[in-house]
Design a protein around this ligand. Structure first.
Ligand code: HEM
Length: 467
């Protein structure tokens, strides 16, 4: 069996699913999408509430679903390889996630329910809600106001075949559960084919990397990890599955949040900000996000560079006063790349950086709503934010509460993250890029949280043997 040490130490080049060595058992029993996004263009998310007193039938359905659809990390990688070599599509991909209420419904003993505190409390818990700064539950979409037992994610590149499978599976599910909510997601792209979100910025660039292929390719395209090491050990996303049937059964906590984006108002606010600072719209956008529309980091450049592979090998060492990339910029708030080691109370740069890096999350978001962000939707479009981690309190919650929402991170009066910080507030914006003078501006919050929940991603051996 793998030891804690094996999870803490990443092999130099990452884990190679084609040559997994001691990680073979782990990869075969771990659900896909955690160590690397499933990459399918379309995905359907079904939120289930199991019918009262049907525990045995529900277990039977879970077992059948797991046997038919779930894909392990190993299978996901094997299929990707086949696609690269023979252009054979991997076809349908699926995940099954359980909330704490799901575990209770399934009559899992309390000591065998994953122990993470926010997971146990649920996202509707009043302390969690107020700490995250989320709107009142009554304002969430009604589906999310219900108690959610499970989330089923089904994804495919072929939308027709996806909808057929979802229709078929929906009929099965209706025998044992109410589908209290459904979200249809997709990958939004710009004209050059890059993945973007509805405000129009390239997304999914900076991720913790676990697998050899990703690490080698970052080494080639981004000249390695000299300025920022995006490699990560398994222990930032994986924990032992207390119900797994193999010695290397692992799972991961999933945070799910529906985040509506008001694109029209965002644009107007961005234009106003640009006017106040007497700069171009595109630079104002970069001061909000930390990257230009095309992904160019604003700490490196005051204009987009139109590279088709935006760099992630950078840090803020030469911008420690934040005159180029403000401390409040979304990507600097959510990944300070060493900033915490520069403040006075810090124990020392290296220690601080190491702690900082434990807060990283594996983002797996997709878009929902209109497929054309240039229509500037005011509502009903946005991000289905999903992220994996080993410890919700220390990762997603920490990032949202202690960094994005905090007015005084990484120093006093920085203000909240203008993209996701709740509540909104005033930030300090560089009057001239690279110069210390700042202008106060309250960039309003154009992302609206519509509901969500915390889940666990159980090992495949647990789900396949649950009945
Ligand atoms: C990066 C947009 C919500 C955490 C980014 C990037 C964009 C973006 C454009 C830059 C591309 C990249 O580096 O991958 C958005 C939008 C959101 C949203 C539009 C809401 C609608 C969130 C939330 C969190 C989050 C809720 C977590 C609390 C991150 C992290 C990065 C990132 C960790 C990478 C930072 C880095 O390593 O440099 N986001 N995001 N985002 N976002 Fe978000």
């Amino acid at each position: 069996a793998l030891t804690e040490e094996d999870l803490r130490q990443l092999p130099e080049d990452g884990i190679d699913p084609e040559n997994p060595g001691q990680y073979q058992g782990l990869l075969e029993d771990l659900q896909g999408n955690i160590l690397k996004g499933h990459g399918r263009d379309y995905s359907v998310h079904l939120f289930l509430q199991f019918q009262p007193d049907r525990t045995q039938e529900v277990k039977q359905w879970i077992q059948n679903f797991a046997q038919t659809y779930l894909k392990s990390a190993k299978q996901q990688s094997d299929e990707a390889l086949r696609y690269r070599q023979e252009k054979v599509s991997g076809g349908v991909f699926a995940n099954l996630f359980l909330s704490r209420y799901g575990y209770e419904y399934l009559e899992i003993e309390p000591y065998q329910i994953p122990t993470d505190q926010p997971f146990r409390l649920g996202m509707k818990n009043e302390n969690i809600r107020t700490a995250l700064g989320d709107p009142k539950i009554e304002t969430w979409e009604t589906g999310f106001q219900n108690q959610i037992h499970a989330l089923v994610l089904i994804a495919d590149d072929d939308i027709i075949s996806l909808l057929q499978i979802v229709n078929r599976e929906t009929q099965q599910i209706r025998q044992i559960a109410d589908i209290i909510h459904r979200e249809d997601g997709f990958i939004l792209r710009n004209q050059t084919g890059q993945i973007i979100e509805h405000f129009g910025f390239v997304d999914g660039v900076s991720q913790p990397l676990f697998l050899k292929r990703d690490i080698v390719s970052a080494g080639i395209n981004d000249c390695g990890f000299s300025q920022w090491d995006s490699r990560a050990a398994l222990d930032i996303v994986l924990v032992k599955d207390p119900n797994g049937k193999t010695e290397d059964s692992y799972g991961s906590y999933l945070v799910y949040r529906k985040l509506e984006q008001n694109v029209k108002a965002f644009r107007q606010d961005q234009e106003q900000l640009a006017k106040n600072l007497k700069i171009k719209d595109e630079l104002a956008g970069a001061l909000i996000v930390g990257r230009f529309y095309d992904g160019t980091p604003v700490t490196l450049s005051d204009m987009p560079t139109f590279s088709n592979m935006p760099t992630n090998n950078f840090n803020y060492e030469h911008d420690s006063a934040a005159t180029k990339c403000p401390f409040h910029a979304h990507i600097r708030k959510t990944n300070p790349r060493g900033d915490t080691g520069k403040v006075e109370s810090s124990p020392g740069f290296d220690e601080a950086l190491e702690v900082e890096r434990t807060h990283r999350i594996a983002r797996r978001a997709v878009s929902y709503g209109t497929h054309d962000h240039r229509q500037e939707p005011e509502k009903d479009s946005g991000l289905l934010f999903l992220c994996f981690q080993a410890d919700i309190e220390n990762q997603f919650n920490f990032m949202q509460i202690r960094w994005a929402n905090a007015r005084n991170f990484v120093q006093v009066n920085v203000g909240p993250d203008p993209l996701i910080g709740q509540p909104e507030g005033t930030q300090k914006w560089p009057g001239i890029w690279g110069q210390p003078e700042t202008v106060d501006y309250n960039f309003k919050l154009w992302v609206n949280m519509k509901g969500g929940e915390y889940f666990f991603t159980p090992s495949i051996s647990f789900l396949k043997n649950i009945a």
